[in-house]
Structures are given as structure tokens and as C-alpha cells.
Design a protein around this ligand. Structure first.
Ligand SMILES: Nc1ccn([C@@H]2O[C@H](COP(=O)(O)OP(=O)(O)OP(=O)(O)O)[C@@H](O)[C@H]2O)c(=O)n1
Ligand SMILES: C[C@](O)(CO)[C@H](O)COP(=O)(O)O
Length: 258
């Protein structure tokens, strides 16, 4: 097939990726500055188990995911490898560990670089979202399998959002410049799912500050679609998030009887 007649990833016919293999990349190299002093965030305990292990189990819980690539803190790859060896994980899933970079974007790219060629669908999932339910993971994979080049799980907002002119000095009041229509806004979570070629192209092409992978694909061109997210897929960012995560986990353990 010539390059001209080859369908671009964005034009893939519906259902064309039904048999594609899926890998998950977990960026876990952040410090967790907003959570406060301590170990790198992904290695901090949630219910007595490192947050990263919860996130790894959440990806491996999907029967579609056969490889998980963990992007470790730059000097922590050996420690992360030992943690994976020390915790029970599904045998049908393979695991790789690579050292991360200075930004989330760089860490994701290093994870992508480590992917073997046979994986055509890639999930990118924050280690900081340890409690995402497997149904959300599967819904994202299903939408990519059905042909979407990029898929994000998202939830409606509870608060009204204002766009402001950021303060020029600390303590200065910030003028509001707009109030976007809330019904059209979504809070975006992870895992975000991608046709691999599309995500790789986005990481090769798009430069500048971004806060998620889907926005890189948006800048590239292909349409990103939303599937329903879940309230328990929240990101552990600040200390109160950890309190909430402990409560959610305790409730799950009670419901599961252990
Ligand atoms: N250089 C970086 C920075 C972040 N991340 C990962 O990206 C995810 C989302 O980032 P965030 O919640 O912002 O984590 P931190 O960067 O650790 O948080 P903070 O900004 O508070 O330091 C996390 O799983 C984090 O480990 C990463 O792999 N490499
Ligand atoms: C990727 C993300 O979790 C989607 O909501 C989010 O953008 C990460 O932001 P952070 O500031 O790097 O935690």
C-alpha cells in the first residue's frame, strides 16, 4: 500500500482495532509537591500499599491490558521494580519499568519509547489516580477499538468555572473575564486511550506546555472523544484527596469483606 492510500490513524474505519493489543503507560515520576513533604507521590501509602501499586492493579484489572509500563522517578527505577515484584499482580500481564523525566510529558514519551512494536492501543494513566474502576478503563479501550484515535474519560463539573486575568502580584484580586457555559465543560481524568501511531505523532510534533496527552492530539488535529468517567477516578493531588482516597478504599474493602 502506498503512503497516499494508507488510512491515517484518524480515519480508521469503525471496529478496525477490535483485535489490537493494548498496553498501559503509567507516568509515576512526579514528586507530589502539592501533597506535601515525603516520598515521591506514587510511592506513598494508600491503605498500606503504595499508590502506584493500586494504579498498576487498576490497569491490569482490565483483561484487555497485557502490558503495563511504569515510568518511575528518575532515580527510583530499581525501587519500583522491587515493589512490583513484592506485590501480587495478575500473571497474564507483563510489566516494564523505565526511568522518567522532568515533566509529565517527558515521562510519558519515555514510556512510549519502551513499548514493544506489537501494541497498537496505548492507555496513559496517572499513578496519582489509584482508584479508577475497571469499567472506566474498559470503556476507554472499547472506544479506541471502535475507531476513535483518542479517548478521554470525563465527568461534569459541580462548580461554576470563571476565566480570570491572573493576578500580577500576590494578594491582588483577579478580575473575571468570562464564565464558560458549565453544561459544555468536563473535568478530564485518566486513563486516556489512544491509537498508538496518533499518540506517538503527537509527542513527536507538539511542543510547549500541556497538562494532558489528549490536548497534544487536539493540537495535532484528530478529534478527541469523551466517554463517561467516574467520581472515584479522582487525582490525589492535595492532602485532602488522600483522606478521600483512604475513605473510598476502606468502603471498598468493607463491601468486599476484607
Ligand atoms: N516529571 C513528572 C511529573 C509527573 N509525572 C506523573 O504524572 C502524573 C500526574 O501528575 P501530578 O498529579 O501533577 O503529579 P506530580 O507532578 O507528582 O504533582 P505535583 O505537581 O504536586 O508535584 C503523576 O502520576 C505523576 O507521577 C511524571 O511521571 N513525571
Ligand atoms: C492528565 C490529567 O490527570 C488530566 O486531568 C491532568 O491534566 C494532570 O495534571 P497535573 O497538574 O499534571 O496533575
Amino acid at each position: 500500500m502506498s503512503d497516499e492510500s494508507r488510512p491515517s490513524p484518524a480515519q480508521t474505519p469503525p471496529g478496525a482495532r477490535t483485535k489490537a493489543r493494548t498496553a498501559a503507560v503509567i507516568p509515576a515520576a512526579g514528586r507530589g509537591v502539592r501533597l506535601g513533604p515525603g516520598a515521591p507521590k506514587a510511592l506513598r501509602a494508600l491503605g498500606g500499599t503504595p499508590m502506584l501499586i493500586h494504579a498498576v492493579r487498576a490497569m491490569a484489572a482490565s483483561r484487555a491490558v497485557s502490558l503495563v509500563v511504569v515510568v518511575a522517578p528518575p532515580d527510583g527505577a530499581a525501587e519500583v521494580r522491587s515493589l512490583l515484584d513484592a506485590h501480587a499482580l495478575p500473571e497474564r500481564t507483563d510489566f516494564l519499568v523505565v526511568p522518567g523525566g522532568a515533566s509529565r510529558q517527558e515521562s510519558v514519551r519515555l514510556g512510549l519509547d519502551a513499548l514493544p512494536p506489537e501494541y497498537d492501543i496505548v492507555l496513559v494513566h496517572d499513578a496519582a489516580r489509584p482508584l479508577v474502576p475497571v469499567d472506566t478503563v474498559d470503556a476507554v479501550i472499547e472506544a479506541v477499538r471502535e475507531g476513535a484515535p483518542a479517548v478521554v474519560p470525563a465527568v461534569p463539573l459541580a462548580d461554576t468555572v470563571k476565566q480570570v486575568e491572573p493576578a500580577t502580584a500576590p494578594g491582588e484580586p483577579e478580575p473575571v473575564v468570562a464564565t464558560p457555559e458549565r453544561a459544555r465543560l468536563r473535568a478530564v481524568q485518566t486513563p486516556q486511550g489512544f491509537d498508538r501511531a496518533t499518540l506517538v505523532r503527537a509527542h513527536e510534533t507538539v511542543t510547549g506546555d500541556v497538562t494532558d496527552d489528549a490536548s497534544m492530539v487536539e493540537r495535532l488535529g484528530p478529534t478527541v472523544v469523551v466517554v463517561p468517567g467516574h467520581e472515584e477516578a479522582f487525582k490525589v493531588t492535595r492532602p485532602l484527596d488522600l483522606v478521600l482516597a483512604e475513605a473510598v478504599l476502606a468502603r471498598r474493602r468493607l463491601n468486599d469483606g476484607f
